[in-house]
Write a protein that binds this ligand. Sequence first.
Ligand code: ZN
Length: 247
Amino acid sequence: MRYLIVSDVHGNRDALAAVLEALAGDAFDEVLSLGDLVGYGAEPNGVVETLRALDCPVHAVRGNHDKVAAGIDEGAGFNAVALSAARWTAATLEPEHLEYVRSLPRGPLAVSDGLSICHGSPLDEDEYLLSAGQAARSLAERPVPLTFFGHTHIPTVFAGLDDQVEVAFLDGGGVSFELEAETRYLINPGSVGQPRDRDPRAAYMLYDSAARRVELHRLDYPVEAAQRRILDAGLPPVLAQRLAAGL
Ligand code: ZN
């Protein structure tokens, strides 16, 4: 099975559309969506509509911004910018798209034998998984061979067994590697719609489970168009500025 893995699209339809356009044809069989479809960006309806219109199975979990936009969580931990964007998103989402976001399950979600997805970490959907220690604890408590996670917006690979876990933050695109047997992995594909590793290009991954090969791609997309939509919508200007900086 060949999976397209997208995370943290954050209402940025321009970025998601560029990814799907780059992969038009026969590049993947199913999609894994790791949460935060909405929040920050100005096209939450466009993003949900695009994902729902895909002609293939989509396995999706909810993110923290999805929860606040859907009214599942009040966003007490959000800063003022995130909260105002979440409220704008809640008011902007069309009823059927709001219902789709509200119905997204909490991760981790088992996709197939040995493969699962979550937003934050397998132990806590809202946890930022950044250290080898956190990853080791998660892999010890939930020994799933391969989990894709999001939330940090930083392409990352944790690999190991029990307390022997190594971390690699992946720089740039065109990174490709094969998964080893007997090793457990927690892998973050980065963010499609709001990268935070100082690389403004959309990030996504492809995973071929037969070849056990993972690829990280980075893709230029019309950042200025996404920025203009944010400003036109009256969302906080900092949300437009950060897209160009990749922060
Ligand atoms: Zn996010």
